[in-house]
Design a protein around this ligand. Structure first.
Ligand code: NAD
Length: 501
């Protein structure tokens, strides 16, 4: 690890005595185009007067190839623990199995629960089919299907657990509204699929509605995700801040980035209790030759980092210089089009931005510096989130779903076996197959696999009674492969009713 102070350029007339304190950050130059675009970004930030104390760490391909399956050595973790801020260039994941995703490991280890991607178009200088877009995608970063809890349970069936928590949903919803408030944005749209996933997406939606009440000045809207994404592509100007659970957010944030004109224009922030990582959205682009890559995505991540660190004035200066270079038609290959005046490589584009530090764009909307009263320090844009603690609800056992591996085809036959084995403590109420009710009153047309959900209900039972039921089923040769308890919370069922909607 090496350290370097990215110094204040003194053309502004500020003497070294008046320099703001250097802020320590961790820098990973990455692989492929990473070192080249990182050098470009650091030279722009330095020239703008960011005054950062960069600790360089190595993560990625070479670390993986030395046998570290996470791609992150101890020195990198130690540096992030010290600085709590990382500017990270893309890395290459070596081909073949056995390597853990560095990005997922960092996100989960550091509790970076929010992924924030501002995506806007630069009309008229960068060509895109979607000229009117200026949105911020806020994606929940830790939960949902990304918990990585998967099982193959029968010959035919594998499952992945979708976990949504009230705390995680509240934290990300609050983050989205706080972000909107701080950035002067007017609307937050939440996209979920709670017409189908009533318990999990339903919880995310419910918490969104609750938190929205605390931000009456911000319009809160919710949409079913399939319609929402289709409409987003058609009319992006309908959206301002968009809040999504992890999987939908992963998909929409890539779609939105592409819509701006190039993946090379997208910056991304992963933020949470353990710090923040700022990076470009694209990968290490091993197909690109030297001096071709667009450094803009990492630069915009750097701008977000400056705001996070309370260097909003420098962030505005960098943004305005970058917008000026774009509108002067100095374009890297990925965004070249009819408004291009000069085809620039990475180095030339970087020079063009540096030359324009202090300029304001005329065609594109300039960014204003934050207002700070004389003598005061700028306030960091970091958002602190506190989650409410709610009264515990009364939780009552109402039954159990027993999942059975059975390669028969007649549900009535399975029901007779289950009823004969189960005794009298629980009543068999329903059998479903892939969520479709097949007993009682199933239909012959329903395709059945070897994975049967058998619902037993009874009030006033305990865990010992469930264990007793399972023992009876086991003694009768019924191969159960998992169970899910059915609970009512304050009298309301905490489980889907399983009618196969
Ligand atoms: P990629 O994003 O690297 O490239 C996709 C396409 O976009 C390529 O045609 C590339 O040339 C182009 N492109 C990307 N960045 C560009 C830029 N700044 N300027 C101009 N064009 C640019 O995706 P990929 O090819 O699927 O992945 C390559 C490697 O990157 C893989 O090893 C992958 O695992 C890794 N990756 C890393 C990250 C990360 O570190 N955050 C993210 C995605 C992919």
């Amino acid at each position: 690890m090496s350290s370097q102070t990215l110094d204040f350029v003194n053309e502004s007339g500020i003497s070294s005595v008046e320099k703001p304190r250097a802020i320590p950050i961790t820098v990973a130059a990455g692989d492929g185009i990473g070192p080249e675009i990182m050098a470009a970004v650091l030279s722009i930030l330095t020239a703008a007067g960011a005054h950062l104390d960069a600790e360089f760490v190595e993560v990625g391909e070479q670390v993986y190839l030395r046998g570290n399956t996470s791609g992150i050595p101890k020195e990198a973790w130690d540096s992030i623990a010290r600085t709590r801020v990382m500017l990270k260039a893309p890395i290459t994941t070596p081909q073949g199995g056995g390597y853990k995703s560095l990005n997922v490991t960092m996100r989960k280890t550091l509790g970076l629960y929010a992924n924030v991607r501002p995506c806007r178009t630069y009309k008229p200088v960068v060509e895109t089919q979607h000229p009117d877009m200026d949105v911020v995608i806020v994606r929940e970063n830790e939960e949902d299907l990304y918990a990585g809890i998967e099982h193959r349970q029968t010959q035919d069936v594998a499952q992945c657990l979708k976990l949504i928590t009230r705390r995680g949903s509240e934290r990300i919803a609050r983050y989205a509204f706080e972000y909107a408030r701080k950035q002067g944005r007017r609307k937050v749209t939440c996209m979920v699929k709670d017409n189908i996933m009533k318990v999990t997406d339903g919880l995310f939606h419910k918490v969104f509605d609750e938190i929205a009440q605390e931000y009456p000045e911000i319009e809160a809207k919710s949409q079913i995700v399939d319609f929402g994404m289709a409409n987003f592509v058609h009319r992006p100007s309908d959206y301002d801040v968009v809040l999504l659970p992890n999987l939908y957010g992963d998909i929409l944030s890539d779609i939105a980035a592409q819509m701006t004109g190039s993946v090379g224009l997208g910056g991304s922030v992963n933020i949470g209790s353990g710090g923040a990582i700022f990076e470009a959205i694209h990968g290490s682009a091993p197909d690109l030759p030297a001096d071709v890559a667009n450094p803009s995505g990492l630069l915009l991540a750097g701008v977000e980092m400056l705001r996070h660190l309370g260097r909003g004035a420098v962030a505005a200066k960098v943004m305005n210089a970058w917008l000026s270079a774009l509108e002067d038609g100095i374009h890297t290959r990925d965004i070249a089009g009819q408004h291009t005046v000069e085809h620039a490589g990475t180095r030339r584009f970087t020079e063009a931005v540096i030359e324009r530090l202090g300029c304001r764009p005329e065609k594109l909307t300039a960014v204003d510096e934050p207002t700070v009263s004389a003598g005061a320090e700028e306030e960091p844009a970091a958002i602190a989130i506190e989650v409410r603690s709610l009264a515990r609800e009364e939780k009552v056992l109402a039954g159990v779903d027993v999942f059975v591996d059975w390669d028969g085809i007649a549900p009535d036959e399975l029901a007779i076996r289950l009823q004969a084995a189960a005794g009298t403590l629980f009543e068999l109420k329903m059998i479903t197959n892939r969520g479709v009710k097949v007993w009682p009153n199933g239909r012959e047309e329903t395709l059945c696999t070897d994975h049967w959900r058998c619902r037993f209900e009874a009030d006033g039972r305990k865990n010992e009674d469930v264990a007793d039921l399972l023992l009876k089923l086991a003694n009768s040769g019924i191969e159960f492969i998992k169970t899910e308890h059915l609970y009512r919370f304050n009298g309301k069922p905490g489980y889907s009713l399983g009618q196969g909607q």
